[in-house]
Design a protein around this ligand. Structure first.
Ligand code: B12
Ligand code: SF4
Ligand code: SF4
Length: 361
C-alpha cells in the first residue's frame, strides 16, 4: 500500500455525492483505521460458541477479521458502500422465500431469496464500487484501495453500522430506517487518512453519502437498536436459528442449509425448509422496517435491474430443476448467486421443496 494521503471528510463527501449516483451506490461512508470494534466481543463469543455453521473461513484469522490493519499495516481507512437489491418486502408477501403461502402457481423464482434472482452481487456491486474508486483515484492519484464485497475477511455489518448506514436488527441484518435491509454491503481498505471523522469506534449519525437520510427525527440518531420490544423475526424463523442475545446460529439457518451446505439439511428436518429453494428471506420479510420500505419507497429509482429475475430463465419449473443436468445448470446459472450451490445442491433443494409440497418430479 502506498503512503497515506491526507484528505478531509468534507472533501470525500463532496466527491462521493458526485460519484455514487451514477454508480448506483445508495450509501457510502468511511471508518478511520485502526478502529476498535464495539461488538468485537460478540463476534468472539459467537465463534467460541461454535455458531458459525461449519463455515470454517469465518474462524480463520479471527483477529484479522476485527482489524484490517493486521493484513495491511499502512491502511488508514475503510470505505463502506451499500447498494439496494430490493425496496423492502410487502406485508403479505406471497413468496415462499419470504414465508408466504405457496398457492402452487407462483413462478419458481418465488422460491428463491430476492438477493439471488438475478446476477451475482459479487460482480455487480464490486464493479460499481470499482467505478467510484477509479474516479476517486483521479482526484487523489496515490490512492490505494482493496475493494471486496462479502468475500473479504471483514465484519461488514459492523463497519456499515459505524459508518452510519443504520442499525443492527435482531435478525442481525444491517437495516436502514428508510431503505430497509435489502442492501448489499461492500468495503475497500484504503490509504486515505481522513480528518474530520468522529472518534474511532463510535457510529456516525449519517453516512458521508446517502441517497436518502436515515431519519429526520433527531432523537433516533445515532443508529441505535431500533427493534424496541419487537420480536417478529425471532418468532417467525422456522428453525429457531435466531437468539436475541447470542445472535444467529448458522447451523440452524435455512440459508446455510440451502446454499452453503448445498441442500444437506439435518436428518429429519427436511420439512422445515418448506418451499425454500435457495436462501431464506423470512426474518427480513416480517420486519416492520422492510414492510415500511415497501409501502413507502424512499427512492424513486428502483434497485439495479441486474438484481431482477434473470431474463431467459422464466420458463423453468421446480420439476425441471429437480432433473437439471450439470450442463444446463452451467448455462443458466453462471454469474448468478445460485452457482454457489452446484447442480447437485440445486437438485437436492428442488426435490425437497417438491416433497414438502407433496409433489413428485
Ligand atoms: C457468514 C455469512 C452468512 C451466514 C451467517 C450469517 C450471520 N448472521 O452471521 C449465513 C449463511 C447464515 C448467511 C445468511 C444470510 N446472509 Co450472509 N453473510 C455472511 C458473511 C460472509 C459473514 C457474516 C459474519 O461475519 N457473521 C458473524 C456474526 C457474529 O456477525 P454478524 O451477525 O454480522 O454480527 C456482527 C454485528 O451484527 C454485531 N452485533 C451487534 N449486536 C450483536 C448481538 C449479537 C448477539 C451478535 C452475535 C452480534 C451483534 O457484532 C457482530 C460483529 O461485528 C457476511 C459478509 C461479511 N464479510 O461480513 C454476509 C452478509 C452478512 N450476508 C448477507 C445476506 C444478504 C444474507 C442473507 C439475507 C441471504 C439470504 N437471503 O439467504 C442471509 C441472512 C441471514 C441473517 N438473518 O443474518 C449480507 C447482509 C446485508 C445486510 N443488509 O445486513 C452480507 C453483509 C453480505 C454482503 N456483502 O452484502 N450469511
Ligand atoms: S434466514 Fe430464515 S432460517 Fe435464517 S435466521 Fe432468518 S428466518 Fe431463520
Ligand atoms: S423484525 Fe422486529 S425485532 Fe426483527 S429486526 Fe425487525 S424490528 Fe428488529
Amino acid at each position: 500500500m502506498s503512503s497515506p494521503i491526507r484528505i478531509t471528510a468534507q472533501a470525500l463527501a463532496a466527491r462521493l455525492a458526485d460519484l455514487c449516483p451514477p454508480a448506483r451506490i445508495d450509501l457510502a461512508g468511511a471508518v478511520a483505521l485502526p478502529c476498535p470494534l464495539p461488538h468485537a466481543e460478540k463476534w468472539r463469543q459467537w465463534v467460541a460458541a461454535g455458531r458459525h455453521g461449519d463455515l470454517d473461513y469465518l474462524v480463520r484469522d479471527p483477529e484479522g477479521r476485527t482489524d484490517p490493519t493486521r493484513r495491511n499495516p499502512e491502511a488508514r481507512s475503510l470505505l463502506v458502500f451499500a447498494q439496494r437489491y430490493t425496496d423492502g418486502w410487502a406485508a403479505a408477501d406471497p413468496d415462499p422465500s419470504a414465508g408466504g403461502v405457496d398457492t402452487g402457481d407462483l413462478p419458481w423464482t418465488a422460491h428463491v431469496s430476492r438477493y439471488a434472482r438475478g446476477l451475482d452481487y459479487h460482480d455487480v456491486l464490486l464493479k460499481d464500487m470499482k467505478q467510484v474508486l477509479t474516479r476517486l483515484r483521479e482526484a487523489w492519484p496515490g490512492l490505494t484501495a482493496f475493494p471486496s464485497t462479502d468475500t473479504g475477511p471483514y465484519l461488514e455489518r459492523e463497519y456499515a453500522w459505524l459508518a452510519g448506514f443504520g442499525f443492527l436488527g435482531h435478525n442481525r441484518c444491517l437495516t436502514h430506517e428508510k431503505l430497509g435491509s435489502g442492501l448489499f454491503l461492500g468495503v475497500a481498505v484504503t490509504n486515505l487518512d481522513i480528518s474530520g471523522l468522529p472518534a474511532p469506534g463510535k457510529p456516525v449519525d449519517e453516512p458521508l453519502y446517502a441517497v436518502t437520510p436515515r431519519t429526520r427525527h433527531e432523537r433516533l440518531l445515532p443508529p441505535v437498536d431500533m427493534c424496541g420490544s419487537c420480536t417478529r423475526c425471532l418468532d417467525a424463523c422456522p428453525t429457531d436459528a435466531l437468539d436475541q442475545v447470542r445472535g444467529l446460529d448458522a447451523h440452524r439457518c435455512l440459508s446455510t442449509w440451502s446454499i452453503e451446505w448445498q441442500g444437506r439439511a439435518p436428518a429429519g428436518e427436511d420439512h422445515l425448509q418448506g418451499g425454500l429453494l435457495f436462501g431464506c428471506d423470512i426474518c427480513q420479510a416480517v420486519c416492520p422496517w422492510n414492510q415500511r420500505a415497501d409501502r413507502k419507497p424512499a427512492v424513486a429509482d428502483p434497485p439495479p435491474s441486474e438484481y431482477g429475475v434473470r431474463e431467459g430463465n422464466g420458463d423453468l419449473s421446480l420439476i425441471s430443476l429437480a432433473e437439471f443436468s450439470a450442463d444446463e445448470f452451467r448455462r443458466r446459472f453462471r454469474k448468478s448467486p445460485i452457482w454457489r450451490c452446484h447442480p447437485d445442491g440445486l437438485r437436492r433443494n428442488a426435490h425437497r421443496v417438491l416433497a414438502n409440497r407433496k409433489e413428485t418430479p
